[in-house]
Design a protein around this ligand. Structure first.
Ligand code: PLP
Length: 401
């Protein structure tokens, strides 16, 4: 007998299920808006020219394939911290930010979760928004944390439930851990305004809560990496000592290279050294040290002034294409005479639009129109092109009017 007869069949991944259904569909103009990856206006995966150039430089340098240290490629992590916190950041200048390279954003969240599980001095529960990125709960549960939720989305306004969010933060036990999406909230595309961030920071301070920023879309939201770092940097100025998960999957298009970083702001270089030592103790038995290739690419782009400038232009181009597609979708829906208010399509930000369509409407969209996306009504704007936006609008109009 096999050792594994007692293993139960697990449910399929929601996104993979959509891709399967999409593949099986024979409609010549079928549309897949499930995937969370950028596509160009021809609907094709996009490798940034700055990434191609960085790769060529790396090949020409004939670098060896030795192991990186446990915390990765130092030129990469140094530059990643500057990108997030800003070059004038006080904790950075004072040498009190501990940082490690990670297996993209997911790995950063996981290392963060494991560190907090081991060392966070208060209750080991983390609050995530409702809804949140589908993987947050699993990552933190598997890190050994308890996962709780705070209000975020108001389905009546298809906007932020700001009052609910603030009330929930105020009702949390003192010293709670709170996960915040730094920009381009996934799945809703709804971010707090700068004024709202200020109130959130105050409430967090009042409660003595610990902010864990997940920044998977820096630059990708507005096209400006500084603007997208507003919340993180504001919290720093206000005296918070957050931790941060960074991903270079979206803003550099390095998805499969798995480039990310996890960092913690500490109160002194001495404390940083201790935290560093414990991060190493966590990473070593997990994967010893991270892969080097993607980090070398990101490092080249962040550290070479000309390449950096080129990259910032390319990030902006991606963000702008998405913003344009939002506008076109809204415009087409209005042209068709839709009675619904679609202003949330253009007020939301980042890769995803939360359409406000329900589960049944999304199912009909797939069955009747061959338009595929997650059942929560989230569509990947990155999958919209000037070639399919009209058909997409017609499909949505057909289902909801
Ligand atoms: N956090 C959020 C909110 C995300 O949307 C994603 C990816 O979709 C990630 C983290 C992690 O992605 P990756 O592990 O590919 O960097």
């Amino acid at each position: 007998a096999s050792f594994w007869t007692q293993v139960p069949q697990g449910p399929p991944d929601a996104i993979l299920g959509i891709t399967e259904a999409f593949k099986k569909d024979s409609h010549p103009q079928k549309i897949n808006l499930g995937v969370g990856a950028y596509r160009d206006d021809m609907g094709k995966p996009y490798v940034l020219p700055s990434v191609r150039t960085a790769e060529q430089k790396i090949v020409q340098e004939n670098m060896d394939k030795e192991y990186a240290g446990i915390t990765g490629v130092p030129d990469f992590t140094k530059a990643a911290a500057v990108l997030a916190y800003g070059k004038d950041s006080a904790p950075l200048k004072e040498g009190r930010i501990a940082i490690t390279q990670t297996i993209s954003g997911t790995g950063a969240l996981r290392i963060g979760g494991a560190f907090l599980q081991r060392f966070y001095p208060n209750a080991k529960a983390i609050y995530i928004p409702t809804p949140s990125w589908a993987n947050h709960k699993a990552v933190f549960l598997d890190s050994g944390l308890e996962v709780k939720q705070y209000k975020y989305y108001n389905k009546d306004t298809i906007g932020l439930d700001f009052d609910g969010m603030l009330a929930d933060i105020k009702a949390m036990p003192k010293g709670s851990m709170v996960l915040l999406h730094a920009c381009a909230h996934n799945p809703t595309g709804i971010d707090p305004t700068e004024e709202q961030w200020k109130a959130i920071s105050d409430a967090m301070k009042e409660g003595g809560h610990f902010p864990f920023f997940d920044m998977a879309y820096q630059g990708f939201a507005s096209g400006d990496t500084d603007k997208d770092a507003f919340a993180l940097r504001y919290f720093l100025k206000e005296g918070h000592q957050p931790c941060l998960a960074q991903s270079f999957a979206k803003n550099m298009g390095l998805y499969g290279e798995r480039v990310g970083a996890f960092s913690i702001v500490t109160s002194s270089p001495e404390e940083k050294a201790k935290v560093d030592s414990q991060i190493k103790i966590l990473v070593r038995p997990l994967y010893s040290n991270p892969p080097v290739h993607g980090a070398r690419i990101a490092s080249k782009i962040l550290n070479d002034p000309a390449l950096n400038k080129q990259w910032l232009g390319e990030v902006k181009e991606m963000a702008d294409r998405i913003i344009t597609m939002r506008a076109l979708l809204k415009e087409n829906l209005e042209k068709l005479g839709s009675k619904r208010d679609w202003s949330h399509i253009t007020s939301q930000i980042g890769m995803f639009a939360y359409t406000g369509l329900g589960k049944q409407e999304m199912e009909r969209l797939a069955q009747e129109c061959s338009v595929y996306a997650t059942k929560d009504g989230r569509i990947s704007v990155a999958g919209i092109t000037s070639g399919n936006v009209e058909r997409l609008a017609q499909s949505i109009f057909k289902i909801v009017g």
